[in-house]
Every structure is written in structure tokens, then in C-alpha cells.
Design a protein around this ligand. Structure first.
Ligand SMILES: N[C@@H](CCC[C@H](N)C(=O)O)C(=O)O
Length: 284
């Protein structure tokens, strides 16, 4: 029997089981992550976040992310903010700005004086092969907005890789958007060979959007940090949102602020809160 200490945290209601894998032994392959994620019979969370020692000379930590279905993924924006609060509160580092290795690349989170966390989420990628996405034609491959065929229904999507894959759909009214039906159909659609996170974005003004995200491997969440970055970037590329000025992204769980200057070389910056809920221990 193994015993594991964890901390329950959340970023705008996107909730996490956070595990210190530096000071205790933890093998995620041997852990019942999907059972722990259950809201009825487990601990209840959207993602498990695992903190490990860095694998390279540049990193301060390695950050691994597991969805509620147990799949390991590349990136998690709300988790990155919780990660900083965790390593700071547990005194695993005294740095304010840390270099974090993820499977989606290096990210640079920084604890701000007002208690919020700023994260440099890196550069967005758009080419179909980087999502990855299979276009329906060569013309579609070159287009800025791609088409996903759900049955016979063509759905226009903007594809953005923020370390992890996102498809963003512009809607008139996010409250009425078919998030469960289309989210589920697109999340595991054959045009997305590694599945995809699906965002539904309503533009309120050039600096303000509403967003709901059906997350890969989890379902609709209260908030998705990388989803907010992808939606802001997609809106800026479509000319619907302002570059440089922060875009306020209102999610069901609260608001994030995203900045992107608009060129492929520019990094996406995210600002938002991170909170601890309780400490726990589980045997397995
Ligand atoms: N909630 C996250 C994203 C978590 C991973 C995602 N479901 C995926 O499979 O890529 C966020 O805040 O970014």
C-alpha cells in the first residue's frame, strides 16, 4: 500500500490535485488517476499536476499534467499559476520567477506583488502539422479558419497550439452554444489525431470576450488557461480583438487577462489567480 500527500488547488474553478514528486515517491503510471478524478467516488479534479526535479540545466522544475481521464498532456495554464503558488508556499523555491519545463515547452511563471500570477506561456503555433490537424483539402490547409466536418455539418475553427492543441469556434451567444454536443464531437474528431480542446468564444468588444471550453480528456471546465490564450490569439488573428492591449476573457469560473502582440514570434502572457483549497492524503 502506498500513501500520497497532495494539495487540492484551483484556478478560477479549474481544479487540481497537486503532487510534490520531489519529496515523495510517485509513479503516475501506477496510480488510479481517473478514479481519483471522479467527483462522486474520488477526490474530484479536472487535472492532476505533478512537480518533479528538472531534466535540463535551464529548468527549476519539471511540471507534468494528467487529465481526468488519466491521459498525460503537454500544458495547463491555470495549473501553471497553481504550480507557482504551490512551490512558493511549500518553500521548494525562493525565486519569484521560475523556469518550468513542460512537455509543451518552457513556461515562465512569476508571482506578482498583488498575489496574482503572470505566466509567459510561450509562442502560439498555427500550422496544421503543429496542432496536429488534418485539413479537408489543400485549400483548407492554407486557410486561416479551417473546416471540421461533424457529420455533414461544416464547423469553422481556428486552430492554435499553446503547447497543447486548441480549436476555437466564434459564436454569437456563448450561453446558448452547443458546448457539450459539438465539444464532444470535435474533441475526439479524426481530423485531430491527438484530440483537441474546443473553445466557444463570444466577442463582446475588441478587448473583451466570453469563453467556454470543452477540454480534451476532461469535458467542460469552469476555466481553461491555455484555452483563454488560444481564444485571444485566434480573435486577434481574425481581426476581432486588439493586439497588445490585454484581452479580458470571462470564463464560467471568473476572468483572465491575456496579452499577445500579434506576430508569430511574440509570446502569450496570461494573468490570473491561483488558490489552495485543502491538504489531503490518499492510500492506494
Ligand atoms: N485546464 C487546462 C488545460 C489542461 C489540459 C487540457 N485538457 C489538454 O488536454 O490539453 C488549462 O488551464 O490550460
Amino acid at each position: 500500500m502506498n500513501t500520497l500527500k497532495f494539495t487540492k488547488m484551483h484556478g478560477l474553478g479549474n481544479d487540481f490535485m497537486v503532487v510534490d514528486g520531489i519529496n515523495q515517491r510517485f509513479d503516475p503510471a501506477a496510480a488510479p488517476i481517473a478514479a481519483w478524478a471522479s467527483r462522486h467516488t474520488g477526490i474530484g479534479f479536472d487535472q492532476l499536476l505533478l512537480i518533479e526535479a528538472p531534466q535540463t540545466a535551464v529548468g527549476d522544475f519539471r511540471y507534468r499534467i494528467f487529465n481526468a481521464d488519466g491521459s498525460e498532456v503537454e500544458q495547463c495554464g491555470n495549473g501553471a499559476r497553481c504550480f507557482v503558488r504551490f512551490v512558493t508556499d511549500k518553500q521548494l523555491t525562493y525565486k519569484r520567477e521560475i523556469v518550468v519545463e513542460t512537455a509543451g515547452g518552457i513556461i515562465l511563471p512569476r508571482l506578482a506583488d498583488n498575489g496574482l500570477v503572470d505566466v509567459d506561456m510561450g509562442k502560439p503555433l498555427f500550422a496544421p502539422e503543429y496542432i496536429p490537424f488534418k485539413p479537408i483539402s489543400q485549400e483548407d490547409a492554407r486557410a486561416q479558419t479551417h473546416t471540421v466536418l461533424v457529420g455533414t455539418e461544416p464547423i469553422p475553427v481556428s486552430c492554435v497550439n499553446m503547447g497543447n492543441p486548441h480549436a476555437v469556434i466564434v459564436v454569437d451567444d456563448v450561453a446558448a452554444a452547443p458546448v457539450a454536443r459539438l465539444g464532444e464531437a470535435i474533441e475526439s474528431h479524426p481530423q485531430f489525431p491527438q484530440r483537441v480542446n474546443v473553445g466557444f468564444m463570444q466577442v463582446l468588444s475588441p478587448q473583451h470576450i466570453k469563453l467556454r471550453v470543452f477540454e480534451r480528456g476532461t469535458g467542460e471546465t469552469q476555466a481553461c488557461g491555455t484555452g483563454a490564450c488560444a481564444a485571444a490569439v485566434a480573435g486577434i488573428r481574425l481581426g476581432l480583438l486588439d493586439a497588445e492591449a490585454p484581452v479580458q476573457v470571462d470564463l464560467p469560473g471568473g476572468s483572465l487577462h491575456i496579452r499577445w502582440a500579434g506576430s508569430d514570434a511574440d509570446h502569450v502572457l496570461m494573468t490570473g489567480p491561483a488558490q489552495t483549497v485543502f491538504e489531503g492524503e490518499v492510500s492506494y
